[in-house]
Write a protein that binds this ligand. Structure first.
Ligand SMILES: [Zn+2]
Ligand SMILES: [Zn+2]
Length: 182
């Protein structure tokens, strides 16, 4: 797997949150006027200054359904934090490829659907294709070690647009194991 097998498609990644019946994003009250806002809302789009802001964006996306509460940044074995990546909405899967060493890795439990997955390479609305990635997990309230839903957030390093690019249901996979596979 990896780049050669991905399909190219423009703007397929970002989803409109309205599709999921969630409320529009509002800045949290703790962001007073005297503080620099990390997330900026322009129209329906969110922009963020740093990878550390991706969890807020994933929470905004997920809070109307199964809120993401555990997060892990994607970091390559070589230490690099920027990736090309591709998603499969249908089967629920994502794969990233390091921009430095080109090693590829399936995100979270994507390997479970490796046989049938059809990955489409993600591209930002600015046509940038290099992203910082953060995995977000929703857990079962009565079983915080079990994963209920998986979210993959991305921030375009070119224009700072941030959002959830793919999410899928999970039947209780171990939270720590998935976080180790961001
Ligand atoms: Zn690498
Ligand atoms: Zn962009």
């Amino acid at each position: 797997m990896a780049l050669a097998s991905w399909t190219n498609a423009r703007n397929t990644g970002l989803r409109d949150r309205r599709d999921r019946g969630t409320q529009p994003w509002r800045p949290a009250p703790r962001w007073g006027n005297d503080q620099r806002m990390a997330l900026r809302n322009q129209g329906k789009q969110l922009f963020a200054d740093a990878q550390a802001d991706i969890p807020e964006a994933l929470l905004a996306y997920s809070k109307g359904s199964y809120p993401a509460s555990r997060f892990a940044d994607a970091i390559c074995v070589c230490g690099c934090r920027t990736f090309l990546f591709a998603t499969d909405d249908e089967n629920g899967a994502a794969e990233r490829q390091c921009t430095a060493c080109e090693s590829a890795s399936l995100i979270a439990n994507s390997a479970e659907v490796e046989e049938e997955m059809e990955l489409v390479q993600s591209e930002c609305t600015c046509e940038g294709d290099v992203f910082e990635l953060t995995l977000g997990l929703a857990v079962y309230t009565d079983e915080p070690g079990a994963t209920r839903w998986i979210y993959v957030g991305a921030r375009c390093v070119e224009c700072s647009l941030v959002g959830c690019y793919v999410d899928w249901k999970c039947d209780g996979d171990d939270v720590e194991a998935l976080l180790a596979n961001a």
